[in-house]
Design a protein around this ligand. Structure first.
Ligand code: HEM
Length: 119
């Protein structure tokens, strides 16, 4: 379906940019570039909305359990990314919370890719 493809490709583009921005925010924070990191963080949050919005449209256009589970897992991934970046910027990331959050990041990321491409 043409319309579905438009949303799917936009969704792909948005989540890809989201991951790159997330990595950049962490690199900037680690390098002590706090101001640029804050600006990127704002753009990152805007991209969460775009990813989420296109994701909701895709669910609405193709309503079945697989797309709903995919959406819930992706919501978890976005939540974890937000927790990692905000806690890092507030210097609230202890080694233990960092470990727990990164485990969640990798588990939810693999699950999202699996549900996105293989289910
Ligand atoms: C950073 C977060 C996200 C990532 C990395 C991600 C990744 C993906 C990937 C890789 C696909 C498959 C694309 C393709 O077949 O070309 C996909 C499709 C999809 N995503 Fe996301 N996504 C994210 C967020 C979301 C959110 C928040 C929702 C729901 C609110 C959502 C709902 C969907 C749906 C419904 C599909 C279509 C699945 C299908 O065609 O069976 N995604 N996403």
């Amino acid at each position: 379906m043409f319309q579905y493809d438009v949303f799917l490709h936009s969704h792909d583009l948005f989540w890809f940019i989201t991951l790159i921005l997330f990595a950049l925010v962490l690199v900037f924070l680690k390098s002590g570039l706090i101001k640029p990191a804050k600006v990127l963080q704002m753009i990152l949050r805007f991209l969460y909305i775009l990813v989420f919005g296109t994701g909701l449209v895709l669910i609405a256009m193709n309503l079945w359990w697989g797309s709903i589970v995919k959406g819930v897992l992706a919501f978890w991934l976005i939540y974890v990314m937000e927790m990692i970046s905000t806690r890092m910027s507030k210097k609230e990331l202890t080694p233990w919370t960092s470990f727990i959050l990164w485990i969640q990041f990798f588990v939810s990321f693999v699950a999202v890719i699996y549900f996105g491409y293989f289910i």
